[in-house]
Design a binder for this molecule. Sequence first.
Ligand SMILES: NC(=O)C1=CN([C@@H]2O[C@H](COP(=O)(O)OP(=O)(O)OC[C@H]3O[C@@H](n4cnc5c(N)ncnc54)[C@H](OP(=O)(O)O)[C@@H]3O)[C@@H](O)[C@H]2O)C=CC1
Ligand SMILES: Nc1c(N[C@@H]2O[C@H](COP(=O)(O)O)[C@@H](O)[C@H]2O)[nH]c(=O)[nH]c1=O
Length: 357
Amino acid sequence: MHVLLSFAASLDGCLDDTTPERLLLSNPEDFDRVDAARAACDAILVGAGTVRADDPRLLVRSAERRAERVALGLAPSPLRVVLTGAGGIDPEAKVLTTPGAETLLIEGRPDLRAVLAELERRGVRRLMVEGGSAVLSAFLAEDLADEIQYAAAPFLIGDAAAPRAFGRPGAVLFPQSPDRRMILAESRALGDVQYTRYLVRRGHSDEELLRLTIELSRSCPPVLKAYSVGAIIAAPDGSVLSTGYSREPRYGLGDPSANHAEEVAIAKLGYEDPRLRTATLYTSLEPCSPRASRPRSCTDHILAAGIPRVVLGWREPTLLAVCDGVERLSAAGVEVLEPAGFAAAVAEVNRAVLSQD
Ligand SMILES: NC(=O)C1=CN([C@@H]2O[C@H](COP(=O)(O)OP(=O)(O)OC[C@H]3O[C@@H](n4cnc5c(N)ncnc54)[C@H](OP(=O)(O)O)[C@@H]3O)[C@@H](O)[C@H]2O)C=CC1
Ligand SMILES: Nc1c(N[C@@H]2O[C@H](COP(=O)(O)O)[C@@H](O)[C@H]2O)[nH]c(=O)[nH]c1=O
């Protein structure tokens, strides 16, 4: 299961102030981003403290997004999950009484791994954890988070008693330490809010890095005539050197709407970077060759950069073009690996492109 933590915090790291009113850290643009993230999940989880403080409904707000979910055969809003310990929650809480989604109340503070196993049993593949402080910290401290979506609000709270995003400094031992830096997957301004997305490293295997390319590919601006692809370039010890995704806004390559994941990841380093000569390029979809939108295909870029090893999630289907990337790379002496078990997830990200006549 993919576990995504989502929160907004002030510049001094607070999730809230100490007044009883709900503090809005996000702006309308950012709340809309959160709404889209909710709509892309199977379940939204919060702790009892958040229900007591905010009394949220935890529903997808946009009628259009609810309709899109229904068209895919899903419930209009994801399953709502509330964790409580000894305290319980008010039976009149909106999360229990507002219609629009099922609510699962998990009582008695079970082990979080058992919670995830239960949700998996119910078919949850993407879980969004929306807070609060104790629950976000617990998921990170127990190394159960795959991704963090963080909105920084342009003000300070300045109150030591206000809840912090991740516990008190020094009080929790987080595995996401300076020795295990997270991967910066996205950062952009949404009005006066800075939105940042990190992917959390939980291993160094080929499969782990390939899985993260698929998560990166979910950032691609969707279009019907091109695939959504994610790419990561990593050193032999698994440390990430660069990332890219299709149509990532990056200039210097030409029209950004034609950008391919692999070329962006390579361009961020430059052909002359010596680390490319021992690196592995991970990509959710076979590198293109030939290419209609630009003279140089991603296969050309990989060969020109001297990258000796490529790991891919899915061979390009014969739909938009006939791709011979794997053959060309192999013929040039590049080691190409295609681990099993990733095709369905890549196809799912690209379902709109693949379902065209
Ligand atoms: N800015 C933002 O994006 C967000 C801000 N917030 C803010 O966060 C604050 C609430 O945070 P907080 O008080 O820490 O509450 P939480 O929402 O993190 O809930 C904590 C409670 O969850 C229950 N629980 C069950 N299992 C666990 C577990 N394994 N680990 C931790 N808790 C568990 C316990 O309930 P019990 O008490 O019943 O034992 C515990 O007290 C509010 O001020 C809210 O406004 C919340 C969400 C997002
Ligand atoms: N205040 C705050 C957040 N708060 C989160 O939103 C929840 C309320 O959602 P709703 O169900 O729509 O009422 C609340 O319980 C908490 O999880 N989130 C953010 O992205 N930005 C913000 O500024």
